[in-house]
Design a protein around this ligand. Structure first.
Ligand code: URA
Length: 228
């Protein structure tokens, strides 16, 4: 007999994405920091269950909070274009965030992004860690910005120092780069250079990715029911 939180091991064999689905459902009930109170919903990671890349951002923005999906707003569009320029097929990328609820401050009628603090990042780390546990051990982790890097590698992580360095997280290579929103925030004369830097870092990730089957191929064998 299994409960919802103790899935039958055979379910994982039949539906390898089940672990992530169940994690997302559990995360929706998380009350380990106060951010859930003002967010519309949890925004869990999404993408193929056998990604070549796991991209980690900071936290959902206003549009992600409404849609319930990561990287669907302006920063997501910058990221999508940069991926394409770097030669990375978006369908090979699992995207997620260090913090799964939108933190914001009111300004008039607008909800303005507010950076998550260390205790919120630490409280949410359990979900990122669990996602990594459910994804392939040879996927390249891409840390988008300081909050992602600090959640993954600790509070002393600095993007400037980590860029271009040979980093790992457990068995996986880790590529550090700027957050796509830095491109949007940059002055007109900085924007092209920021975008180019992001693309250069993403290209480096492609040199570390496994070369294998096309995306979305389920690596875990499906066990067929045996007829009696
Ligand atoms: N910024 C992030 O870090 N993540 C998102 O999902 C959207 C914007």
């Amino acid at each position: 007999m299994t409960t919802k939180n103790e899935p039958d091991a055979r379910d994982f064999e039949r539906r390898p994405g089940l672990a992530l689905t169940e994690l997302a459902e559990d995360a929706a009930r998380c009350r380990d920091c106060p951010l859930w109170e003002r967010a519309t919903q949890v925004v869990f990671g999404e993408g193929p269950i056998d990604p070549l890349y796991i991209a980690v951002g900071e936290q959902p923005g206003d549009q992600e909070d409404r849609a319930g999906r990561p990287f669907v707003g302006p920063a997501g569009r910058v990221f999508d274009v940069a991926l394409e320029e770097a030669g990375i097929d978006r369908s090979t990328v699992y995207v997620t965030n260090a913090v799964k609820h939108f933190k914001w401050q009111p300004r008039g009628k607008r909800r303005i992004h507010d950076k998550p603090n260390r205790s919120e990042v630490v409280a949410c780390h359990q979900w990122l860690d669990a996602e990594l546990g459910a994804l392939p051990i040879d996927a390249v982790v891409i840390a988008l910005g300081a909050t992602a890097g600090q959640s993954l590698l600790g509070p002393s992580f600095r993007v400037g120092k980590a860029r271009g360095a040979d980093l790992t997280i457990g068995p996986r290579p880790l590529v550090a780069t700027i957050h796509p929103s830095a491109v949007l925030r940059g002055d007109d004369d900085q924007r092209d250079a920021l975008r180019a830097g992001l693309v250069t870092d993403l290209r480096r990730a492609t040199t570390l990715a496994r070369e294998d089957a096309p995306p979305n191929v389920v690596a875990v064998p499906i066990i067929e029911e045996m007829s009696p």
